[in-house]
Write a protein that binds this ligand. Structure first.
Ligand SMILES: C[S@@+](CC[C@H](N)C(=O)[O-])C[C@H]1O[C@@H](n2cnc3c(N)ncnc32)[C@H](O)[C@@H]1O
Length: 258
């Protein structure tokens, strides 16, 4: 009997796993991005650290602290190089900034630039504002907002608009609106660190569900959502900069230049 259970266990496990992902896919397909928005806006109520390492200090929420401690992660250096390639940058908006690890790096490089970060999670914004203030980064402002809630900013209000692992949580129901808003706000370029897949099979152009995230063809979708983009550049993130599952295969820095 034991031997029989052992023999069937791996296939039962993969069946259960298959059902789980099928359920999540259908849930997000039918209920839309709201599923992820609810998850992320309440992320601090669950235990755990998204960066897989224990927080270095005990005084902040461990989840947020994990993001702050990831400032030296390899992909952030690439992000900074991409920003610096634009030379002088007077303003930048990061969508889904969490507590601002990217903005802290950019802020040190550009102490006079106006840097704004928005995130759906109130605790990330509160803790981030406190840490950034403590570090003397007075030119960075963090706000609790949703990615599709950016009407308060004027057209072409920022030189650059940045996302890092955020559009992977925006489903087909909202992605066109979010990208069109980003294009409305950016004067010089969009920089997106996301899952890119060339005209992936089965895609309607808006995204293919991939283990809890959305991958899509950004060249195609940018073409659909913004008509003033003159060039799209794709840079594959090298494995040595980000060797996590999915990122090493699908992780790209996508730059849309106006
Ligand atoms: C994987 S984390 C990446 C955080 C940050 N960009 C970084 O590089 O560390 C995704 C972030 O996006 C935020 N987020 C998810 N969906 C969002 C939405 N619809 N609007 C605004 N922020 C969102 C989450 O709260 C979370 O902080």
């Amino acid at each position: 009997m034991k031997a029989k259970i052992k023999a069937y266990a791996p296939s039962l496990y993969s069946l259960a796993k298959g059902c789980y992902w099928k359920y999540r896919n259908l849930n997000e397909r039918f209920r839309g991005t709201g599923v992820q928005e609810r998850y992320w806006s309440k992320r601090h109520l669950r235990e755990g650290d998204d960066w897989g390492s224990r927080a270095s200090t005990g005084d902040q929420n461990e989840w947020v602290q994990g993001y702050w401690d990831s400032r030296s992660h390899g992909h952030r250096q690439l992000m900074l190089e991409k920003v610096k390639a634009f030379g002088s940058v007077r303003s930048l908006l990061e969508i889904g900034c969490n507590c601002g690890p990217n903005l802290a790096l950019i802020g040190k490089e550009y102490p006079k630039a106006e840097l704004v970060g928005i995130d759906i999670n109130p605790e990330a914004i509160e803790v981030g504002s406190r840490i950034l203030g403590r570090d003397g980064l007075s030119n960075v402002r963090l706000l609790v907002r949703r990615a599709d809630e950016l009407r308060e900013f004027q057209d072409k209000a920022f030189d650059l608009v940045l996302t890092d692992a955020v559009l992977i949580y925006i489903g087909p129901d909202k992605i066109e609106k979010v990208i069109a808003e980003m294009a409305r706000l950016a004067r010089r370029a969009l920089i997106m660190i996301e899952f890119h897949a060339d005209s992936a099979e089965g895609s309607n152009g808006l995204g293919i569900y991939h283990f809890g995230c959305w991958k899509r063809d950004y060249v195609e979708i940018l073409r659909q959502c913004a008509d003033d983009i003159r060039e799209v550049r794709l840079t594959k993130i090298p494995e040595k900069a980000w060797n996590a599952a999915n990122w090493k295969d699908l992780g790209y820095i996508i730059e849309a230049l106006f």
